[in-house]
Write a protein that binds this ligand. Structure first.
Ligand SMILES: Cc1cc2nc3c(=O)[nH]c(=O)nc-3n(C[C@H](O)[C@H](O)[C@H](O)COP(=O)(O)OP(=O)(O)OC[C@H]3O[C@@H](n4cnc5c(N)ncnc54)[C@H](O)[C@@H]3O)c2cc1C
Length: 325
């Protein structure tokens, strides 16, 4: 039986551990933090599984590989909500909607009535919108808690430091792997969580804006995750300007957000390579999975499958990259 040590219990590490244990490996997951929490970039994610909307700016592999993510999460027993994504814009930014529609052909155009039928609480607020039906979302913190529990039940060991010994190592340390991946960089994302009993949404809503694009992802318990800035920086401070922009955009989406409870403000740096595509690399018995950028929950399942196939079947995956570490 192959012994595998996974470094990092973020979304990358837990997806790799799940794929390897499913192939009969003896898996140890090592992370200095005892639980999933704010130390990990995965903690701050919105949980959108939106390959087509992301394809507006992301490259083709993100769309193609991301299409399978919702099924993967559902197969692990994670509740996946398949209501698609709603895309809207304020009246003065109409051209943004047309530009988005050209770049994301998987949409259906909505007039005001169709939009109100889809999201009644936004009825009367927007004359047009786009529905990208084949997209989904999940609660990312609950999803990772669920993967940890499943892995433990299947015999995976969770440890704070690696035990000495031979075997495969899969390095999924996110931004901490910059010690061996010199072109890995941080891209800051700030977010907020609001609670409101006055507004209900069934799906993520993207508000297009030339300067402050916003998305709102509904979560159980009347919570809404607002995201996210995208700033070339690995500092994790939450700036007043970014928070103001996020909250103002939410208020523009629906004034009821003005009365919402501000539950949380957070920030982290997304691990990204220069082309913003994820990579696998291998040196000896160490495989590295990193660079998930904006797409940790969307792409970790595909990357994990590739890493497991590389480890168990000796295949060379498409996102394989030379290891200069
Ligand atoms: C605001 C925001 C919103 C986002 N929204 C989405 C979204 O809607 N959909 C989506 O798909 N993606 C989203 N993302 C992106 C996603 O969060 C990241 O791509 C993903 O979290 C990266 O996961 P990771 O496992 O590589 O890194 P991390 O989650 O950072 O995990 C790395 C782990 O390695 C551990 N570690 C560090 N050093 C060591 C060591 N020496 N040994 C062992 N372990 C170590 C850390 O403790 C940590 O637990 C968002 C990101 C942000 C910031």
């Amino acid at each position: 039986m192959t012994r595998a040590t996974i470094l990092g219990a973020g979304v990358a590490g837990l997806c790799v551990a799940t794929e390897l244990i499913g192939r009969g490996c003896a898996v140890t997951v090592v992370d200095p933090a005892p639980e999933h929490g704010p130390h990990a970039c995965s903690w701050w994610a919105g949980g959108m599984l939106a390959p087509f909307c992301e394809g507006e700016t992301a490259e083709e592999p993100v769309v193609r590989l991301g299409r399978k993510a919702a099924d993967w999460w559902a197969r692990q027993g994670v509740p996946v909500i398949r209501q698609g994504t709603l895309v809207v814009t304020l009246g003065r930014d109409r051209r943004e909607l047309d530009r988005f529609a050209r770049r994301v052909p998987q949409h259906r155009r909505l007039d005001g009535a169709a939009l109100a039928a889809l999201e009644p609480d936004l009825g009367g607020r927007f004359e047009r919108g786009l529905h990208v039906a084949e997209e989904a979302h999940l609660d990312p913190r609950a999803a990772l808690r669920h993967l940890r529990e499943r892995l433990s039940q299947a015999g995976a060991v969770f440890a704070s430091a690696p035990a000495p010994g031979a075997g495969l190592t899969v390095d999924c340390r996110g931004l901490a792997a910059r010690d061996v991946l010199p072109d890995l960089r941080g891209v800051k994302g700030e977010m907020a969580v609001l609670r409101s009993a006055d507004i209900r949404l069934s799906r993520p809503v993207r508000l297009l804006h030339p300067r402050f694009p916003l998305y709102v992802v509904p979560r159980p318990g009347g919570l809404f995750m607002l995201g996210a800035t995208q700033i070339e920086s690995d500092d994790r401070r939450r700036s007043v300007r970014s928070v103001l922009e996020l909250l103002s955009a939410a208020y523009a989406l629906h004034p009821a957000f003005g009365e919402a409870e501000l539950v949380e403000i957070g920030a982290d740096a997304r691990p990204a390579f220069p082309d913003n595509l994820p990579r696998l690399s291998r040196r000896g018995d160490t495989i590295r999975v990193n660079g998930l950028f904006r797409h940790g929950f969307l792409l970790a399942p595909a990357l994990a499958r590739m890493a497991a196939e590389m480890a168990c079947d000796g295949t060379t995956p498409e996102l394989m990259h030379a290891d200069h570490g």
